[in-house]
Each structure stands twice: as C-alpha cells, then as structure tokens.
Design a protein around this ligand. Structure first.
Ligand code: HEM
Length: 523
C-alpha cells in the first residue's frame, strides 16, 4: 500500500498535503484545469506558484515518478542552451508525437540518427533559404488575408468586431503548405470568393466555385491537431495516440495528406531527374523546403549511380513534413491572434520598434506554455539534486515576476550569461510582465540618442532553445514580422467592446485566446 503513495524526490519542495494521499496532486490539478481550460499553467499554479518556489514537483500516485516543475527563466534558458550533456528531451514530450509520427525529429531522443536527420533539414531553415523560398509565399498569403479583412470590414462587419482566429489559421496554412510542399492550397482565396458571393446575394452553392483541395487538407490538419491536443490530456497519452493510429479517421488523414504530398513530390523528382549533375547542385531550383531535400537525394543517387529510392515511401521525410505542416500553422496563427488586441502600440514603426513588437508578441502570447527535459545524468538545478531520469516541466511563458533566487544557487553558465547580458528580469525590462510593453526590448544608444533593439533584454525562451529548440523559429519569426507589418500598414485597429477584451485562453497543443476578435477600419 505504501508503494501507491507519491514518492517525492527528497529535497525538492512539494505539497505536504498531496504527499499524504494516493492521488497526490491530481485532484487539485483537475480542479484548476476545469476552471481555466489550461493544462500547463494549472500545473505551475498548483506547484511552484502555490509554494512560492522557483522549482517544485507535481506528485502522482507512486506508480509514476513526480514531475519536477521549473519556473526560473534564466535557469530554463541555461538548461536548454548550455546543458545538453545533462538534459535531453523527456519521454512525456516524445510520447505526444511519436505514436503518430515516429520518424519525425520531434519524436526522437538526441541520437546520431536524429543528428543526421536534423542536418538534412537544417538548410531549409536557413535565413537565406527562407527569404528566397518562403518569404514571397508568406507575403502572398498575407495579402490575401488583407483582401479578406478589407472585404469583411467594409461589408458585413462594417464597424463591428469579428473573430479573426480562423482567418489566421487559414492564412497560416496557406503559407506553411506552400513553403513546405510548394503547392498553393488557396484556402483564404476561397473564403474571399464565398464572401463576395454572399455580399452579392448569391448564397446558393451552385453559384460558388468548388472548394479547392486546400479546404480538404485544412480538415485533415485540423483533425490531427485536435486529436493530438485531446490525447495529450488523457491519462496515458502514448496509448491514446497509439490507439488513434488504428482508427479509420487516422488512416484517412494519412492517405489524404500523403497522396497530396506524393503528387508534389512526383513533379519535383521528375524535374530534378531530367537535369545532369553539375546543373543540379544549385539551390536556385528549389521552390519550397521539400524541393531542397529531394534535390539533394537525387544528386546523391546520381553521384553513386544508384536508382533513387521512392521518396513517397520515405517515412523520415513524410513524418518530418507532417510535423511541420501541423506544428507550423497553428503555432503562428495563435501567436498572431494574441497580438491583435495590443496592435495600436506598433504604429510608430521604426525598425527597432518592429523587432521589439515581434519579440513581445511571442513572449506574451505564450503559445507553447511549457516544455520538458529529462535529466540524463545525476545533476542539480538551483542547488537542488536532480536524479538521472527525472523529468522537468519548464515554464516557457514569461508573464510574471519570477521568485528571487540567490546568485550562488545558479549554474555557472547561468551566472556567466547574467554577467554578459545583464539581468533584465531585475531591471526595467522585467516590470509588469503581464502587460504588452514592447519598450522593454529597447535601449537608448548614448552615441546616437536613438532606441536600439536589445534581443537579450529578457531570456528568450518562447521557442525553447538550443539543439532541441524549435526547428521553425526563423520561419515563424519571419512570418510574424511580415504579417504584422502588412496589417499595420493596411488597417486601423479600433478599440474592442469591453466584453471581448479578456486575456483568457484554452490550451490545446498551443494556447489560443478565448476572445480572438478584431474591429478594423481599412486605411
Ligand atoms: C510562434 C510560433 C512557434 C512557437 C512559439 C514554437 C514553439 C516551440 C517550442 C517551445 C518547441 C519546444 C522546444 C524546446 O523544448 O526547447 C518547439 C519545437 C519544435 N517546433 Fe516550434 N514553434 C513555433 C513555430 C514552428 C514552426 C513554424 C515550425 C515548422 C515549420 C515548428 C517546428 C518545430 C519542430 C520540428 C520542433 C521540434 C524540435 C526538436 O524536437 O528538436 N515550430 N516549437
């Protein structure tokens, strides 16, 4: 019977009351989740925040190890950036994606196989490649979003607030799909056509254009996102995910998306196969991320004089693409939706101001609230002993002042980072962290008297960091920058009715705002 009770790690703070019952912290956790719809912030609310400590633990019945929770942004940054020899991805994080996409890098521990796979994809996320292949498409998708909103704001929603989350999801799907696969899904264009029909009074479906393929893809991507979110909140996420993979709905997802990607792959491979070595090595030929990866494989096969393995059967490539499509559209759509209520702050657009705005959007949105690492050796965090195998759940959302920590408790790397960049959390940059205040990212340059952007004003952990940090960070940042700039140049954002001005959220894979409304006046 003793074995059923929680078995806290000695030394690390925990709730004494929870340790006395078999169910540990679960009853308190369930209560808070019910009232907030947010899993991750509920975990921090009943552990670190309730105990007033930077590190603590969430207790489960004795069959499951406690989950260490960590809220100190400096130490989190140090763990993800500089302590890769001590911490790797945690099983709980791996289990979310691995049953469905076992070959994607997000589902793997850091091994030589993963390193090779990351090398293959690294170049598609280089700034140079993104500028060439992704930026024009993101720009185009955003212009279509502007068309849609101009039409909404000047016809059916004149002067009224309307929901913008779905529109952002559509635009983000248009952008990520064409960036990864090279084909345009046309979801936003279809919404514009539908609305134009409605405005003209043609509501009968016979008058409308047939939906483009993108509309079906959207359903598939939405299904997988919702399913992963639902299953990751179930008692044993790994099994729920595994069971889902046997369902006919999952097979439909896999078949629809694979056949769509295979079509595009077929065309790309045909184009590359026709070219000789010497002409094939230039990346001018690539129109999307998939092209770059396939072209390299064609070059490799030609060099070795071997037939090209069928890429439509290559699960490493397919799974990686699935994750980019699913993870890459809801994340940016949510971050952008969070930014809208405070967008008037960005009107004085000089460039440091824009940099600061984009950084502040990502910080305050907290779309990926928390993430996990596993200790791969016996080690310490903030002076507490962390045994090998322990999982640490870290708060990546800096929206409150952290509990003070003595400098001597910090790791050597964390102290050195403070010496190098200063401790922004203790200075002006760290004030009122629950507010959108982009000036926290600006410092005045004494020589020129101008404000300059300081990327180190606060730890930047919204994308995690280090080797296992977000693979799409550059793409997401570029997308946010383009979208923000175009929106500001084209619309005046009017004040919302008070009932829509709440910051509450629902956490699925990402945190999405409960009140995603805007009121626009086209400029
Ligand atoms: C605002 C947008 C986004 C945010 C806030 C975000 C956040 C994150 C976070 C917090 C992690 C975990 C990192 C860690 O534990 O250190 C992650 C991982 C990842 N993200 Fe993103 N992400 C965003 C957009 C994207 C996009 C656009 C893509 C792809 C096109 C993407 C692909 C990935 C992948 C593949 C991983 C797994 C990396 C690994 O396991 O090594 N993300 N993301």
């Amino acid at each position: 019977r003793r074995k059923l009770y929680p078995a806290p790690y000695p030394d690390i703070p925990y709730s004494e009351d929870s340790a006395k019952r078999i169910s540990g912290d679960i009853p308190s956790l369930v209560l808070v989740i019910k009232s907030t719809n947010e899993f991750s912030s509920s975990v921090f609310a009943i552990t670190t925040q309730k105990l007033g400590t930077p590190i603590s633990q969430l207790l489960f019945p004795g069959i499951r190890k406690p989950l260490i929770t960590l809220e100190d942004p400096r130490e989190i940054e140090d763990i993800v950036l500089r302590r890769n020899k001590e911490f790797d991805k945690a099983p709980t994080a791996i289990d979310i994606f691995s049953p469905m996409f076992p070959h994607a890098s997000i589902s793997q521990y850091t091994t030589p196989k993963l390193k090779a796979q990351k090398r293959l994809w690294a170049d598609v996320m280089s700034t140079e490649f993104l500028r060439k292949a992704a930026a024009p498409n993101i720009h185009k998708a955003t212009l279509e979003l502007l068309d849609l909103w101009e039409l909404k704001a000047s016809t059916i929603y004149r002067g009224q607030a309307f929901k913008c989350h779905e529109d952002f999801r559509n635009a983000a799907l248009d952008a990520i799909w064409v960036a990864v696969v090279g084909e345009e899904p046309g979801v936003t264009r279809y919404e514009i056509n539908k609305l134009q029909d409605q405005v003209r009074g043609n509501t009968g479906s016979h008058n409308s254009l047939p939906p483009p393929r993108g509309v079906f893809l959207k359903e598939e991507v939405a299904y997988i996102g919702d399913t992963i979110a639902r299953n990751s909140n179930s008692p044993v996420p790994k099994w729920s995910q595994k069971i889902e993979t046997y369902s006919s709905r999952y097979r439909k997802f896999r078949n629809t998306v694979t056949s769509e990607i295979s079509l595009a792959m077929g065309k790309a491979v045909e184009r590359f196969q026709r070219l000789e070595l010497g002409k094939l090595e230039v990346d001018e030929l690539d129109t999307c991320m998939m092209d770059l990866v396939l072209r390299r494989q064609v070059v490799e096969a030609k060099k070795n004089d071997k037939p090209l393995a069928d890429p439509t059967k290559d699960l490493n490539i397919l799974d990686e693409m699935f994750v980019m499509l699913v993870g890459g559209h809801d994340s940016t759509a949510n971050a952008l939706t969070w930014f809208l209520p405070s967008v008037t702050d960005i009107l004085e657009t000089n460039i440091p101001y824009l940099d600061a705005a984009c950084e502040e959007i990502v910080r305050l949105a907290g779309v990926a609230k928390g993430n996990l690492r596993q200790a791969i050796v016996d080690t310490e965090i903030l002076g507490y002993k962390i045994p090998k195998g322990a999982e640490i759940f870290m708060n990546y959302h800096i929206d409150r002042t952290p509990v003070p920590v003595a400098r001597s408790k910090r790791s050597v790397g964390s102290q050195a980072a403070i010496d190098k960049h200063g401790d922004g959390l203790q200075s002006n940059a760290g004030h009122d962290l629950g507010d959108f205040e982009l000036r926290r990212w600006l410092v005045n340059d004494k020589d020129t008297g101008k404000d300059v952007f300081n990327a180190y004003a606060l730890p930047s952990i919204a994308f995690g960091g280090g080797y296992r940090g977000c693979a799409g960070r550059k793409l997401a940042s570029m997308e946010i920058r383009i979208v923000v700039t175009l929106l500001i140049l084209n619309f005046e954002f009017l004040e919302l009715p008070s009932e829509y001005r709440a910051m509450s959220a629902t956490e699925k894979i990402f945190r999405q705002p409960d009140f995603p409304y805007i009121r626009l006046r086209p400029l």
